[in-house]
Design a protein around this ligand. Structure first.
Ligand code: FES
Ligand SMILES: [Fe+2]
Length: 461
């Protein structure tokens, strides 16, 4: 049974009031085990206006330059995972636009971030995107000046030639650095407000979802053909599923326009959607449909729906047992929605976190000039409760033309290919447009509008 996209609904409602006719994700969520989780049941939609969003925000070099100067220089961005740098002297370099941070763990095991630029003549201590282990000090490769892991000057070769330098004035510039849920965040603004301000409700919502106990099972990095906002925004709505992911729609996956969209303040937004069935379908039918969707993953094709069970609860139960055993974790108290749904939180400006078990993704988007961006995807699995946590997977770099299906174990490869194959066309179309801007849906695309409102707050008017 396919969602009927031709249903007009009620166009006489006030702007932002309309929702898809028929069953909505939330209708189901509040009747099941998910209803006990305050994060999952939170609901916060706001109508934020319906004026067009200018294409020039994507295609104008001047606008891009303003973002570099006023956005990327002043927002918290996650740089790496804590377990990328587990020991003293382990480091990871985070770059965005011209900014570069050397994130390094000190002998006291504290993680610090320093501007990745030598106070002598500006050499970078380590290359963009690089990482390494076991440094006893930070040594510049050019003339060999060095600093301890806390950024204090250690040595200037030919010290006699620098009588004008005071040791205490020649330390490395330390950047604001903090952590949440195992992610290390940096901010290139020396006077940045605390990370907690930008995280807003994330720590509260995620407190039962164990993000801090996950490890990077797969990590991809791919250059995408389009402005970073255009590419990122394709992942902030599920409206496109109806047309872009047609296979998924036919299977009754996420393609029913039943997603819930939430605005939790300036910095955090969310969608939540997943298989729910539709009005008029029996639970047996829904179970059969979901079984065909998940069958390969969980091997539950042979099961029948037990009396008194809903399709979602029984499938969750099967998944908790099978996936819990495979991962070595106790998932027995995980709500159905965490087991089954696509739950995506966007953290301004450039990151998405999915707390689900079936779709456990993290994204990060960074600009590479006006018309290219770097999209990283992490698949983050719960770490086993006993025994060793696997180390973070190395980054798989994909060419623009290379399919995600070539990545071992990346079960969302086809879906990601469908998403990203749109981008060269959308980028060309944005540049070719005679119309001044894009026209967003009031509900399904409200996260994009919220993102733009916050973005504009960072830029000079
Ligand atoms: S540029 Fe770093 S020591 Fe000279
Ligand atoms: Fe998609």
């Amino acid at each position: 049974m396919e969602y009927d996209i031709t249903q007009p609904g009620d166009l006489s409602l006030s702007p932002g009031e309309a929702r898809n006719p028929g069953r909505r994700h939330r209708d189901v969520l509040i009747t099941e085990s998910s209803a006990n989780d305050p994060g999952l049941t939170a609901e916060s939609y706001e109508f934020l206006g319906d004026e067009d969003v200018p294409f020039s925000r994507y295609t104008s070099q001047a606008f891009y330059d303003l973002e570099i100067e006023h956005l990327w220089s002043r927002t918290w961005q996650w740089a790496c995972r804590e377990d990328h740098i587990p020991e003293a002297g382990d480091y990871s370099v985070y770059d965005v636009g011209p900014y570069s941070a050397l994130v390094i763990r000190g002998e006291d095991l504290k993680i610090r971030a320093f501007v990745n630029s030598c106070p002598h003549r500006g050499m970078q201590f380590a290359d963009a995107g690089s990482s390494g282990a076991g440094k006893q000090f930070i040594r510049c490769p050019f003339h060999g000046m060095s600093w301890d892991l806390q950024g204090g000057l250690r040595e200037i070769p030919c010290r006699w030639d620098f009588p004008h330098v005071e040791d205490e004035d020649f330390g490395l510039t330390e950047l604001p650095c903090d952590t949440w849920a195992g992610f290390v965040f940096v901010n290139f603004d020396l006077n940045a407000a605390p990370l907690a301000d930008q995280l807003d409700c994330l720590p509260e919502h995620f407190k039962n979802w164990g993000m801090e106990n996950r490890y990077v099972a797969i990590h991809t990095s791919k250059v995408l053909p389009g402005n970073w906002k255009m590419c990122m925004e394709a992942f902030l709505e599920a409206f496109h599923v109806l047309a872009t992911h047609r296979g998924n729609r036919k299977q009754g996956g996420a393609g029913w326009a039943n997603a819930q969209y939430d605005i939790f303040g300036k910095y955090v937004t969310r969608f939540i959607h997943g298989p729910t069935g539709q009005d008029g379908q029996s639970e047996d039918e829904i179970f059969a449909q979901m079984g065909s969707m998940f069958g390969d993953m969980f091997g539950n094709e042979a099961e029948d729906l037990r009396p008194g069970m809903t399709a979602r609860e029984q499938l969750s139960e099967t998944l908790r047992a099978k996936e819990g055993a495979a991962l070595g974790v106790d998932l027995s108290s995980a709500p159905a929605s965490i087991m089954l749904d696509s739950i995506e939180y966007h953290l301004f400006p450039n990151a998405c976190f999915f707390p689900g078990i079936r779709i456990p993704l993290v994204y990060r988007f960074r600009p590479l000039g006006l018309d290219r961006c770097l999209h990283e995807i992490l698949i983050m699995k719960p770490a086993p409760e006993t025994g060793e946590t696997p180390p973070p997977a190395p980054v798989v770099h994909l060419d623009m033309e290379t399919s995600y299906t070539t990545v071992d174990g990346f079960f969302l490869g086809e879906v990601l290919d469908e998403d990203t194959e749109n981008f060269h066309r959308q980028w060309a179309g944005m540049n070719a447009a005679f119309k001044a801007g894009q026209t967003l849906g009031n509900y399904q695309e409200v996260r994009i509008r919220r993102f733009h409102k916050t973005l504009l707050e960072y830029l000079p008017t």
